[in-house]
Design a protein around this ligand. Structure first.
Ligand code: VGL
Length: 180
């Protein structure tokens, strides 16, 4: 059974300077780089939107496919990624959850890879990390959320904390990277 890291949307547009920047988006990158060495397999998602998407009625334009904003944060050790997962690729597809990916069927892939535990990290705690962890729990996957390797948008103060409570109640374990 494998320990699998799921890195969610560690992309330029969600990093400081990006169109939907999360202040702490850079701080978590070294933590994630270290975690990659502790895992049997590393999966990384990319929000990968078309130029026009109904998702942009709710958010500033971000992570348009094949643009710099959609590229990984340059500090991320990309060569350690085993599988890239693209999501939000359709016109009406917000792609909050990694399990909504369209280039692979993540649920099937995780089964094939003999997932024992899934460690969820990245951006953002209150959106894509939340949706991905909740789906993983629903599928019966042993899910951990690494609390010092995520960061929240916090449109409303406390959204990140609320999302953590929700993920915990749904069955995710909350861990710190030093305990992995
Ligand atoms: C995300 C807001 C809008 C995320 C994506 O990656 O968490 N947040 N689109």
């Amino acid at each position: 059974m494998k320990k699998i890291l799921l890195i969610v949307d560690l992309q330029n547009d969600f990093s400081p300077g990006g169109s939907l920047a999360i202040d702490e988006g850079n701080k978590i990158v070294p933590v994630i780089n270290d975690l990659m060495d502790k895992m049997d397999l590393v999966i990384a998602t990319q929000d990968w939107h078309p130029e026009e998407s109904t998702h942009f009625e709710d958010w500033p334009v971000h992570c348009v496919a094949n643009t710099i904003g959609a590229e990984f944060n340059p500090k991320l050790d990309e060569e350690k990624i085993d599988q890239i997962v693209l999501k939000g690729t359709g016109h009406d597809d917000p792609g909050y959850s990694a399990f909504d990916a369209t280039n692979i069927l993540l649920e099937e892939y995780l089964k094939e890879q003999n997932v024992g535990s899934l460690y969820v990290v990245g951006l953002a705690t209150d959106y894509c990390v939340r949706a991905s962890a909740l789906d993983a729990c629903k599928l019966g996957i042993h899910t951990y959320v690494v609390t010092d390797a995520i960061a929240a948008v916090d449109l409303e103060k406390g959204d990140g904390k609320k999302a953590l409570d929700e993920m915990y109640k749904a069955g995710s374990m909350l861990v710190e990277s030093k305990d992995i």
